[in-house]
Design a protein around this ligand. Structure first.
Ligand code: ARG
Length: 462
């Protein structure tokens, strides 16, 4: 058996060890990027005189036809090759002979694999961004259709203050917009051309790397060839962006699992996105959301695995780095699958406004009572004590603020006047908020409009 390095050895590689080291079964996903990079390298070698114009043209045409064959025949990118780079080179040699044998002049697989992964991320990250935006879009649609409906918010998972249901949905859109930007940042980090680094020390052929970068659409070249051969920071950054997006999806899933549950019934999951029990006929389970929550562990694992792989590496390419690809592909697949299902779940939710409104009332108006007293001149700390005592009494009597007579209000504090009754309601509570990030209906409408503008502005991407 011959491969890219068999000349150095007088025996064939141990079959099991070769299989163990081979990456073709997963790096075949980089096929198009390897073809793109190889065609650009052929053009660069032509300019240096290593390839004649004829040879370069032959290589380019053959690479284009390989790409076509792979697009039309799903089983085309396959064989006993060690990796995708060996596969492409083997086919070139089979089809064009010596020109194929010249293509690897001045180039190493160490930089080629980095190039391929960078090209891959550059073209794939926008697809993830688009899917993130689609979830934001579904959340914004829910926010819009909820109008001014109210629900409780929670801290320590205890009822805290009334908020708009729209505010809740937008609270999950906000981190996803940051994820969108983080993915853009990961793409930027990958956007540097490693070619010209050779195996580690650079290349002895006067390749115009700036022209090559422009040819491949890179905005810059890497700083240092030694660093370039072992650098996978861009992969780790991508994995972090995926892991954190998954963490956000997991938290959204958790909120929906709780709020769709029998104890809350704030929202109803669409039947199509729920599952039944094989034994208990009454069950309607949120399996897709639970899987999203569960799969966040996998995405975090890919990040931690990658960081652990690179932390002890001596400078320069080491085969450990081959582990980068399964992490990147795994994180990408996990995230894109979860984004699609969360989008469907979010779109299919039905608001049970009666339940959310009822739950938004009661003792969670205590802060509004304190604010009322502050408005009448009482220092806040004092108001907190007065309302705390009132809350204690109401809990003991199993009542809430709504049932208090004016006399009882005045017994709690003489500062209470007749307007207190109308002031202590969930609707007034949200209306009273004054800051742009608050749950005040006007503020929420403005934030929703901002989300919509952002979505509309994504234009081509989405
Ligand atoms: N399959 C290898 C990887 O994924 C390609 C680079 C191989 N380079 C080498 N010197 N063995 O990292």
């Amino acid at each position: 058996m011959t491969n890219l390095w068999s000349g150095r050895f007088d025996t064939a590689p141990d079959a099991a060890a070769f299989d163990f080291g081979a990456s073709f079964r997963f790096d075949r996903r980089l096929f198009e990027d390897d073809v793109t990079g190889s065609a650009a390298w052929a053009r660069a070698l032509r300019k240096t005189g290593v390839l004649t114009p004829d040879e370069a043209a032959q290589l380019e045409q053959t690479l284009a036809s390989l790409r076509e064959e792979a697009r039309t025949n799903a089983g085309f990118v396959a064989g006993d090759d060690e990796d995708v780079h060996s596969f492409v080179e083997r086919l070139l040699v089979e089809r064009v002979g010596d020109a194929g044998r010249r293509l690897h002049t001045g180039r190493s697989r160490n930089e080629q694999v980095s190039l391929d992964l960078r090209l891959y991320l550059r073209r794939r990250i926008p697809l993830l961004q688009r899917a993130v935006a689609a979830v934001v879009d579904a959340l914004a649609a829910q926010a819009a259709s909820a109008g001014d409906a109210l629900m409780p918010s929670f801290t320590h998972f205890r009822p805290a203050q009334p908020v708009l249901v729209a505010h809740f949905f937008l609270s999950h859109a906000a981190p996803l917009r940051r994820d969108f930007a983080r993915l853009a940042g990961a793409r930027d980090e990958a956007d540097a051309l490693p070619l010209g680094s050779g195996a580690i020390a650079g290349t002895a052929y006067s390749v115009d790397v700036d022209a090559l970068a422009a040819d491949l659409g890179f905005s810059r070249i890497v700083d240092n060839s030694m660093d370039a051969s072992s650098d996978r920071d861009f992969a780790a950054t991508f994995l972090y962006a995926c892991a954190l997006t998954m963490v956000h999806l997991s938290r959204l899933a958790e909120d929906l699992i709780i709020f769709c549950g029998d104890e809350h019934r704030f929202f109803e999951l669409s039947d199509a996105l729920s599952t039944g029990s094989s034994m208990m006929p009454q069950k309607k389970n949120p399996d897709p959301l639970e899987l999203v929550r569960g799969k966040s562990g996998r995405a975090i694992g890919h990040l931690v695995g990658m960081l652990t792989t690179i932390k002890g590496l001596p400078t320069g390419y080491n085969k450990d780095l081959q582990e980068d690809k399964e992490a990147v592909f795994g994180a990408e697949d996990t995230l894109s699958g979860c984004l699609a299902v969360v989008r469907s779940v979010a779109r299919g939710l039905t608001l049970n406004a009666e339940r959310t409104t009822a739950a938004a009332s009661g003792l969670l108006l205590a802060t509004d009572v304190a604010d009322y007293l502050v408005g009448k001149g009482m220092p806040f700390r004092r108001a907190h004590e007065v309302v705390g005592a009132l809350v204690r009494k109401l809990i003991a009597e199993k009542r809430d603020f709504e049932t208090l007579s004016l006399a009882e209000w005045r017994a709690a504090s003489e500062l209470c006047e007749a307007d207190v009754i109308a002031r202590v309601t969930p609707a007034v509570s949200v209306q009273a908020k004054r800051t742009p990030q608050s749950t005040a209906p006007d503020a929420v409408r403005a934030r929703l409009a901002d989300v919509r503008r952002w979505l509309d502005g994504l234009g081509d991407l989405c």
